[in-house]
Design a protein around this ligand. Structure first.
Ligand SMILES: N=c1c2ncn([C@@H]3O[C@H](COP(=O)(O)OP(=O)(O)OP(=O)(O)O)[C@@H](O)[C@H]3O)c2ncn1[C@@H]1O[C@H](COP(=O)(O)O)[C@@H](O)[C@H]1O
Length: 125
């Protein structure tokens, strides 16, 4: 039996990976009319338009982080991640590249990694 999510009626089956499904949806939007697809309108605006939205959404994440509403933080982080995924697509990449990079880093202390590069690990510099 395929179980569909109640909160996202147009989503892929609940047991699938939404990042993979969204990568595929965003790739398809390369062929879409900007008048009918928000994603296509971002592609049409190029890196300037996409970066402007990332800048705006990052600021909204920070603003939400100053408040007490966890759902607001999640909403704004989702907006930010979505626009970052659009940026990746605009360069012919997808979330797999970021997953691979995070996997490569997994288990490596940020302090140790920075020290190995000759940086200072413990001072937030
Ligand atoms: N996940 C998203 C998604 N997340 C955010 N957004 C849009 O990103 C925009 C965010 O801009 P704003 O912050 O200015 O919007 P807002 O409503 O003022 O935001 P807040 O003030 O509430 O934070 C809004 O238009 C959102 O609808 C998204 N648009 C599309 N998707 C996915 O992309 C698919 C393709 O969408 P289209 O290209 O539009 O067909 C969709 O089926 C979804 O799966």
């Amino acid at each position: 039996m395929v179980c569909m999510s109640k909160s996202a009626p147009n989503s892929a089956p609940a047991d699938s990976d939404v990042f993979t499904a969204l990568d595929a949806a965003l790739a398809k939007r390369r062929m879409s009319d900007p008048a009918h697809s928000y994603t296509a309108s971002l592609y049409a605006g190029g890196v300037a338009a996409i970066s402007e939205k990332i800048d705006e959404e990052a600021a909204e994440v920070i603003e939400a982080a100053r408040g007490d509403d966890d759902s607001h933080v999640v909403h704004e982080v989702a907006d930010l991640w979505f626009h970052c995924m659009v940026l990746l697509q605009s360069r012919g990449l997808d979330s797999t590249a970021v997953r691979d990079e995070l996997a490569r880093r997994f288990g490596v202390s940020g302090h140790e990694e920075k020290a190995a590069r000759g940086g200072h690990g413990g001072d937030n510099a």
